[in-house]
Every structure is written in C-alpha cells, then in structure tokens.
Design a binder for this molecule. Structure first.
Ligand SMILES: [Mg+2]
Length: 512
C-alpha cells in the first residue's frame, strides 16, 4: 500500500503519490508481472545492482509498510547566483526543452552493445579491455505522424573501477525502474513524452527514496549513470523533433574545441614516449597521464626527457601540456611526495586522493602551486561547492554521467562560471554519440581547459556514431574538433553497428 506516502523534494515540491494520476499497471515486457507503479517505486522486486543510492541500514521489510517516504535530492540545494553567462542561458534552454512538445512516446528500449577498445587502458586501479555500452532508445511520433528516435548513452564501464554503477547495474536500473516509470508517466499523459523539467517527477519517484518504517531505513533508486542515459534520450528526442542540435540549443553552434588526450599507465618508458609522440604529431595540446603510487616520478621524468628531445628535433613546434590523474590511488601520507610535482610544470594534479578525502586534497593544495582538480569526488553541485570552499580543489572535472546528466552538468558549469572556478569536461570512453554532448558542453567555457574529448575512433575499434565530428588542425598546429552540427545530442548511432554488436535488448511499449 502506498496511500499516505509523501515524496518531499525541493526540486519538485511535495507530491502525494496516492494522488498522482499514474496508470494502474506498468507493462511487464518480459521483465516482471505488471504491477502498480507505486510498488515498482516503493517495493521493487529485486535490485541486483549496487550503486551510491543503495544504502541499506536494516533488512527490507516484507511488505510495503505505510511509513513516510522522502526523496533525497541527489543534486543540489545550492542556489545558482543570478548571471547572464552562456552557461546560465544554456541551462535554462536545456531545462525548457520539450515544454511545448507534443511528441508521443510509442515504446522505450534498453540495449546493451559490446564495443572493443583499440588497446587495453591501464590505470592505477584496473585495466579496461572492452567497452560495453548501455543505450536507451525512445521511439516517438511527432504530431504529424513522423517517427522520431531519441538516443541516450550510459557512461557506465564494464566494472566499478571508477563508479559504483557498472554496465550491468545500469541496464537493470533502466529496465526495471526508470524505463517503466517513464512509460507509465507517458501513458498517464496521453502518451506524451515529458520535457526535461517534467522528468523531475520521475526522478523524485524513482531516485533516492529513503524509506522509514519501524526503524527500517532503505535508500532506493537509480544512480546518476543510469539516470543520465534516460535524460539524454529524452533530450535527444525533443531536439530531433525540433530539428535542432544540442550545440545550437546551448548557443555554441559552429564552435571548434581543442581536446586533450589520455594515456593509460604504460609498461615501459619507450611505450610512454611513443604514445605521447603520436599524440603530439596529431596536434593534441594536452596529454593526461595516469599515475599511481610507485609509478609517478619515473613516467614524469620520461615526459620531461621526451619534451627536451622533441624541442631539439622539431624546434618551433608547440609541445602539449601535461597533467596527471591519480584516480584517488594515493594515501593521505603522500601529500609531501605529491607536493614535489611542481617541478614538472603540470596543468593540474587530478584526483590524487580518495573521493571522500577532501582534507588531504586541501593540505596538498595549500603547499603546491600546481592546481588540484577533483573528478571522482564530484558527484553533484553540492560536492563542487563543498570542495572549492574547503580549498580541496581549484579546478573541477565535469562529467555529466557522474552528475546525473546534462542538466546537472550545466548547473555545475554555470556555478563555476559565476564563481570564476575553472572547469573542463571529463571523458569516460564514450561513443562518438555521447562524446558529441560533452564536446558541445565544453564550448561553454569562458576559460577553456582541454577536456578528455579526443574522437571516439582514437580508442574504439568501431564507433557507434554513424558520423564523426569534423576535425582540423589550427594555424598553430593544434588539433581541434567541431561541435556536432546536426540534430540531436550527437550524430545518430549507426543501426548496422548496433546490429553487429548488440548483446541484449528490452522493449517496453506504451499501453494506453
Ligand atoms: Mg580522472
């Protein structure tokens, strides 16, 4: 029973679940027997995944119980200061996307495709050899009967190296919680696909539900990586229906962006020098190198040696700048060791300590000139504000997936722009489709720092996107990528490539 349950969220006001005009049944589509929506939300049959929102403090009660239910806002309580920056305008445009739309949702699908990395990516805490990608496909109809397909891509990796969600858990969350909720919402609205703002209702119902019942406290709901895929698909459908691209919506159409490249931990100096040499030949203006305890000074010395040789052999050619990424692998006792990195003249030291260890980052930041950047430690705008105010970082890595989508990423970007905090777009080995979204977002920066925005073809044997973004070398020899010029969030995924790589597919039709 869900009567009397209340969802209270600053983002959506107070909702009485019992009063919501939602359909009685959620189509099972081979997932689970149809059941009332409230049961899907409040008493999911099984949650075979782990994610940040899954915190059980007591065993789940056998039945729903009738206690109060509160949705914890996973995003932010921070009020954005008034500003007229491009990022603020882009945020407003994204939030309004789909408001006036009459797009009808016909069916929603969750697909898993298996892509291959060109070479294994080694970091301080793991090796990635394959790139499974979870996709959301929304089949819609425009008012004049034309088919419109919206795509969303999850950044979740094959394992939980970087995030608590992996591809399997994201697939489960989408199939069992978010897609049924979206379909149910559409069915209750005459089939209408909600706009971005209206997704807050689904988010409040499906994300971060904290259940109090006779001493039992259960936190359920979707994690940010799953949610981001759904938000992207809804935005993509509305953009394609409007005949508009994300870059145009954000006011950055036509912009060229200078991406950075990433080099995984290399087994030997020769491999590292070869990898950096190849990237410099291509014109990358920044190279990020993965480091870890016991594997930092040596590669940095190799890079310094490589730079000296390159200058001697090719005088006058620009050198890429370097930054390092510790992926949270260092212990607090490494503060003194990391402080010695100033001599390497790095753009920044990225996430040296564990995501929750702001104290060590602040201690390091107080004694090192090189900026400290946080990545894994940034899961919301609240995290950004807390970290910056604690002195734990002066640069922010923005990853829409980890923040919960393009909207929350725009909130972070808008706040950083308003406060003069530098930021750059992170990457998670996305396909060219999702990378087009991060490339467009990066063009909003008033003080650009190269993001992890190298074309997907650099690291994927076969890209999902049917069409690569335009590239060029600037007059100064810097490699640049142009933001996506077509409709939608990014170039439409290629159906033939999906057919060749698909591993599973779940379809949930809208039944009215
Ligand atoms: Mg990183």
């Amino acid at each position: 029973m869900v009567a009397g349950c209340v969802v209270d969220s600053p983002r959506v006001g107070t909702l009485d679940i019992a009063s919501l005009e939602l359909p009685c049944l959620v189509p099972g589509a081979g997932l689970e027997p149809a059941r009332p929506l409230g049961q899907w939300i409040l008493n999911p049959p099984r949650l075979p995944f782990r994610h940040p929102g899954w915190k059980r403090t007591q065993p789940i009660p056998a039945h729903g119980g009738g206690g109060e239910v509160h949705a914890e806002p996973r995003a932010t309580d921070v009020t954005l200061p008034a500003s007229h920056s491009a990022a603020h305008e882009g945020l407003a445009a994204w939030r309004n996307l789909g408001d006036a739309s009459d797009l009808r949702l016909v069916a929603a699908e969750v697909l898993l495709v298996g892509l291959e990395l060109r070479s294994p990516v080694r970091t301080a805490i793991g090796v990635h050899r394959e790139r499974p990608i979870v996709l959301v496909r929304l089949e819609c109809l425009s008012p004049n009967g034309e088919s419109v397909i919206g795509w969303g891509e999850s950044a979740a990796l094959a394992d939980t190296t970087y995030d608590a969600e992996d591809a399997d858990s994201v697939q489960a969350q989408l199939s069992e919680l978010l897609i049924p909720s979206l379909v149910a919402h559409a069915a209750s609205s005459g089939g209408q696909l909600p706009g971005i703002k209206k997704l807050d209702v689904i988010k409040a119902l499906g994300t971060g539900v904290l259940w109090h019942d006779a001493g039992t406290s259960v936190h359920l709901g979707a994690g940010p990586l799953a949610w981001a895929a759904l938000e992207m698909a809804v935005g993509d459908a509305h953009l394609r229906a409007l005949g508009m691209g994300l870059a145009e919506l954000l006011g950055v159409g036509g912009e060229w962006v200078a991406p950075g490249a990433v080099v995984g931990t290399q087994p030997a100096a020769e491999e590292l020098m070869h990898a950096v040499d190849s990237l410099a030949d291509l014109g990358f203006c920044r190279v990020k190198v993965k480091i870890g305890p016991g594997s930092d000074i040596e590669p940095l010395d190799v890079l310094r040696q490589w730079a000296a040789q390159r200058v001697a052999n090719r005088p006058g050619e620009p050198l890429p700048a370097f930054q390092v990424d510790g992926n949270g692998a260092y212990a607090p006792s490494a503060v003194g060791h990391l402080a010695s990195f100033d001599r390497f003249d790095l753009l920044c030291v990225e996430q040296p300590f564990a995501p929750w260890d702001l104290e060590s980052s602040a201690r390091l930041a107080s004694i090192i000139r090189t900026p400290i950047c946080l990545d894994e430690g940034i899961g919301s705008l609240d995290d950004v504000v807390t970290a910056v105010e604690a002195g734990a970082c002066s640069v922010v890595c923005v990853k829409p997936a980890r923040l919960g989508g393009i909207g929350p990423a725009l909130e972070v970007i808008a706040w950083c722009e308003s406060q003069g905090v530098e930021w750059w777009m992170g990457g998670m080995f996305e396909s060219g489709f999702a990378r087009a979204a991060t490339t467009a977002l990066s063009a909003l920066s008033s003080r650009p720092r190269p993001g992890d925005l190298a074309p997907a073809a650099n690291y994927l044997v076969e890209d999902l996107a049917g069409e690569a973004l335009a590239t060029r070398k600037s007059e100064g020899g810097t490699f640049e990528v142009q933001v996506h010029q077509g409709d939608g969030v990014g170039p439409m995924p290629d159906g033939a490539i999906i057919d060749r790589t698909i591993q599973s597919q779940v379809r949930v039709p809208v039944v009215r």
